[in-house]
Design a protein around this ligand. Sequence first.
Ligand SMILES: [Zn+2]
Length: 275
Amino acid sequence: MYPLIDTHAHLDDIEDLDPAIAKARECGLIAIIAVGVDYESNNRVLEIAERYRSLVFPALGCHPGELRAVGTERNLQFIEDNVERAVGIGEIGLDYHKRVTSKASKEAQKQVLKDVLAIARRYAKPALVHSRYSWRDCFTIVQESGVERAVFHWYSGPMSVLHDLIRQGYFASATLAAGYHQEHRRAMIETPGDNLLLETDSPVVYRWGTEFAHPSEPADVTRVLEAVARLKGVEPGVVAQRTTENALMLFGLPNLPVPFILAVDKVQESRYNQN
Ligand SMILES: [Zn+2]
C-alpha cells in the first residue's frame, strides 16, 4: 500500500460518499482534490471538504461543459470570494466537442477561461485544466495568463502540445484510461515522472474490461498507479513516491505524511522477497 493522492475527483457526483471515502483511506490515499464545475458544485465541494477535513481538499471551478448564459458571473464571483479556502482553481478549461460547442461557443469558452485564470493568477493557485480537442488553444491561454502552476488532466492530446506544457513546468495527469486508451497511454509514457500526477476523475465510468463497468471512485487511483507503472516499466512504489510528492508540492499540502513513502515501499519489498 502506498500513500497516494487522487488529484481530480468529482466527489459531489458520487452517490454513496461515506463508504467511498472509507475505502479510499483503506487503500492508502492521503489526499483527494475535489473539483467543482459550477456554482452549485463549488458549494457542495466546500461542504464535502469541511466534512472530510485533512483528507479532502477543494478546488473551485467553472467547467466549459457547464457554462450557462446566466450564472457564470455569479460563479466567478463565488470562486473569488472563496478562493482562500481552495487549494486550486478547477475544473476549468475548453472543450471543443460539438456537444459542448453547440451550447457554449469556442469564443465564449475562451473568455470565461481567461477570466477564471486571472483569479488563479491573482491568488497564485494552481489551475486544473480540461482540454478535450482544444489542447493547443488551452495551453496557449493558460501560458499567456501567467499562471505558473497547472495540470492538464487526463491528457490525451498531441505530443507537440505535451512537450510544450512539460517545458513550461506544467503537469499531466493519468486516469484509468492509462490501462487501455491509446492516446492517453502514449502521453503518459512520454510525460516525465517530474510532471506526472494520478487521478480518477471519478465517478467517470471507464471502458476497461468488465471490472470497471461501474462508476469509478477515488480508491481506484491504486489501479491508475498500477497501469502507469506497467506503462513505464518501473515498480509502482517509484511512481507512487514521485506522483505523491508532485501533488503535495503542486497543491501546497506539506503537512501530510510523505516521509513514510520510502519506509512503506521497503516493507512492501521485503514482504515480496519473503514469499
Ligand atoms: Zn473532471
